[in-house]
Design a protein around this ligand. Sequence first.
Ligand code: AMP
Length: 579
Amino acid sequence: MLFSQVAECFAEIEAEPSRIAMSSKIAGLLGKCSAEEARKLVYIIEGSIAPAYEGLEVGIGEKLAIKAIAQTTGYLEKDIEKEYKLVGDLGSVAEKLIAKKAQLSLSSSQNTLDKAYGAFVRIAKLGGAGSQQAKISLLAELLNGAQPAEAKYLVRFCLGKLRLGVGDPTIIDALSMMRHGDKRESEQLLRAFNLCSDLGEVAERYILGKNLSDFSARPFKPIRPALAERLSSAEEIIEKIGRCAAEAKYDGLRMQVHLEGKRVEIYSRKLEKMTHMFPEIVDAAKRLGANAAIFEGEALAYSQKEKRYLSFQETIQRKRKYGIEAMAKEFPLRLFAFDLMYKDGKDLTLEPYHKRRSMLEELVRGNGTIVASEQIIAESPQMLDQYFKRLVDAGLEGIIAKDLNQPYVAGARKFAWIKLKKSYGQMADTIDAVVVGYYLGKGARQEFEFGGLLACVKNAESGELETVAKIGSGFSEEEMRSFEDMLSKIKVSQKPAGVVSKLEPDFWVEPKYVVAVAADEITLSPMHTCGLSGGKGYALRFPRMVGMRHDKSPDDITTTAEIIRMFEIQKRRQETQAE
Ligand code: AMP
């Protein structure tokens, strides 16, 4: 397949607001691919060259891209920079300049998808002395053989700024459309993806005609994490799932540990590899009674001096301050394991919770560093409530109730797990929102360029980001400085695709950073677009920043439906209080 065909399709997708139409265009393109090409194409659409958990970035900076464009077109770097300042997108600059060059042209060999992908991989793997020049040459070579529109996407891709607005669900729909949208097949595709987090692999197998119904979890293919629903009381939980397990909800760092033989890898909630940061967990995993396992837990650092576990925020802060080795000594970690998804060749994700739990207890017995999360079986709402109160009094966040008979629901928020958390102010919980823009400082804050954040939740149905809060407080001076620094690097010239907003911040940014936000309550406001209806949306009243959630990606944030549910819970509480 020629890369110009890919570019043509990308241009159509960019101009296409409908998700279904995007899927059908991608399906058309995938239909022309071999299985191997499909794998590469899927990664490229995702903006990468490998599944996200591999953490491989093409990593060409703007300076290098400018040099490559200069080398190909003969324009001076300073003129390209000037044009870039004007247009705000180096891809468009490359497109324009290559179009001019084409008039004089120089026919050279055309780029294929394989060739472009191969060059991207080589660029990503280059490092050390002389690597910069080699990267420039590789990109320049691709640009040499490129049509103008192709050049635009090649440059954007290498800069990590492809941003087609195509999420994984759209790609999954595209795959299923290739076989006329058979519902059972589309569920199998989703399940396969949830079990391996590698949509390229799923696409390749699917196009090869392999059966996806027996797809199973495997070590070193991270499973998309199960998520918890929320309810507002022990009564509601028992009413929903009956007699259940209740576990302590630890406010730590979620980890998915994969073990096979002597190899151990640890993945974050966002499925990024973080093995090297936790040597003590790696050692402990090797001492478990299994040759191979995939399990999940929440890691907390223990302060020897203060004789208590540190929260997620504190753990992260101390890690930055102390470094990995000193941290392991001063604040040893303990991993509270709460699920087992694979053991010694067997996928356990479809087994009921109670069975996975007893196998988990057996697995970690006597380990010391990896222990099973605290758990009871709650027979009644009273029992559940008592347990909740006891844990909250002991300083924990709350509980997670678990349906004894449910499988491990990879990648989805289902009532298999239900969280009950202590309240934060009037609002029953903090929410996780993605930053889409920021405001400049005013008054006393003028010293800083940063004055506040515009934050969104996600409408899971439309895939759009809807504004829910303008956050102006809760920041320390250090946080303000670091926000200014972080956000100025991801500024974009206009409202990012997929953001629905009535507010116009001083700067829009690429939706990347997730923040935990507390508030007094949820209200209706004409200014915000979350769950917009009758001109009003849901909004946080007196929102304040609680902390960054570097462990969460924009895909994991609170949804509009959850905000509406929280609003209803709040209304019910207020009504009971008034009675
Ligand atoms: P939240 O982040 O508030 O949606 O709550 C769900 C998170 O609680 C999960 O992603 C886990 O990181 C964390 N968690 C803490 N303890 C447990 C537990 N015992 N079982 C499952 N998840 C837990």
